[in-house]
Design a protein around this ligand. Structure first.
Ligand SMILES: Cc1cc2nc3c(=O)[nH]c(=O)nc-3n(C[C@H](O)[C@H](O)[C@H](O)COP(=O)(O)O)c2cc1C
Length: 253
C-alpha cells in the first residue's frame, strides 16, 4: 500500500490545506494568458458555423445510451462541418461569466480552461492530412505541419493498444488535448493538478457524445508515448504537454 500512498492522496481533496496557501493570484503575480498565442501569418482555415441540423441523433437519451468506445472505423471521411461541431462541442466558447472569464461547452474548475486542442487529421473532407491546432476564440484551424508516414506515427504514439491493436491510425482524426498547468496553478496552486485531470474528462465525454450524435464513434486514449506526442506537437513537456487523446471516425456499418 505504501507504494500507492502518494498517488492515492493526490486523488483526495486538499481544499482545507489549500485555503492557507498564498497563491500566485493572491500574491498579485500576472495572470497567465487564457489562450495560447499564434503567428497570424500561419495558414488558417475557417471552420463552418455550427448548425443544429448537423446532429443526426437528436435525443440526448439515445446518445448517452448508444455511446460506446468505438475502435473500428469505416474509410469514410468526416466532413469539415462535423469536425467543426466536434471541436465546438469539446472546447467551443459559448459565453463569459460576470468576471469576464471565457466559458465553454464543457465545465472547468474556476473557468481556468488549461487545454489546447491539437488534431492529427487523416480523413476530413477538404483538409490536407497533417497536424493542426484549434483556435477556439476565432473558431478556426491553424495548420501546423505535415507529418511524414502519418499512420505509422499515430501508431507509434498510441503504443500497444490492449483492445484493438493499432486502431488509432485508422481513425479519421485523433484529438490531442494538452494542458498548460500554470493557468490553473496561478489560481489553485497545489490543488490545480487534480482539477486539471477531472476537467479533461468532461472534454472527452463531450467528444464521445457529440460523435455519437453525428453517427461517428470515439475512443479515449490514455495509453500513449508522452515524449513522442509532445515532440510531434512541438511542446516543451514542462509548461505544456499532452494529457489525453481521443480518436474519432465514422462507424463501420
Ligand atoms: C481515461 C481513459 C483512458 C482510456 N484509454 C484507452 C486506451 O488507451 N485505449 C483504448 O482502447 N481504450 C481506452 N479507453 C476506453 C475504455 O477502455 C472504455 O471506456 C472502457 O473499456 C469501457 O467501455 P465503453 O467506453 O465502451 O463503455 C480509455 C477510457 C478512459 C476513460
Amino acid at each position: 500500500m505504501a507504494r500507492y500512498e502518494q498517488q492515492r492522496n493526490f486523488l483526495k481533496s486538499n481544499f482545507l490545506e489549500f485555503k492557507h496557501i498564498k497563491t500566485d493570484k493572491a500574491k498579485g503575480l500576472p495572470k497567465p494568458p487564457a489562450i495560447k498565442s499564434y503567428d497570424p501569418l500561419s495558414i488558417i482555415i475557417d471552420l463552418p458555423r455550427i448548425r443544429e441540423d448537423i446532429v443526426k441523433k437528436q435525443s440526448i437519451y439515445e446518445c448517452i445510451k448508444g455511446r460506446r468506445s468505438t475502435r473500428l472505423y469505416s474509410k469514410e471521411s468526416l466532413t469539415l462541418s462535423e469536425l467543426s461541431y466536434l471541436l465546438w462541442a469539446t472546447q467551443g466558447i459559448t459565453g463569459t461569466n460576470k468576471g469576464g472569464l471565457m466559458l465553454r461547452t464543457v465545465p472547468c474548475s474556476g473557468a481556468t480552461h488549461t487545454f489546447e486542442t491539437y488534431l492529427l487529421i487523416t480523413r476530413v473532407e477538404g483538409i490536407q492530412q497533417g497536424v493542426y491546432r484549434y483556435l477556439p476564440v476565432e473558431h478556426q484551424l491553424l495548420f501546423m505541419h505535415e507529418l511524414n508516414e502519418m499512420n505509422n506515427k499515430i501508431d507509434a504514439i498510441t503504443l500497444d493498444q490492449p483492445f484493438v491493436p493499432n486502431f488509432a491510425k485508422r481513425a479519421a482524426v485523433v484529438f490531442a488535448w494538452s494542458t498548460t498547468p500554470y493557468r490553473s496553478e496561478w489560481k489553485y496552486d497545489i490543488s490545480a493538478h487534480k482539477k486539471i485531470l477531472i476537467d479533461v474528462g468532461h472534454v472527452c465525454q463531450n467528444l464521445y457524445l457529440a460523435s455519437e450524435s453525428v453517427d461517428a464513434g470515439a475512443c479515449a486514449i490514455g495509453i500513449y508515448d508522452q515524449k513522442l506526442i509532445d515532440e510531434v506537437l512541438g511542446l516543451d513537456g514542462v509548461e505544456e504537454y499532452v494529457l489525453y487523446l481521443g480518436a474519432v471516425g465514422k462507424k463501420q456499418k
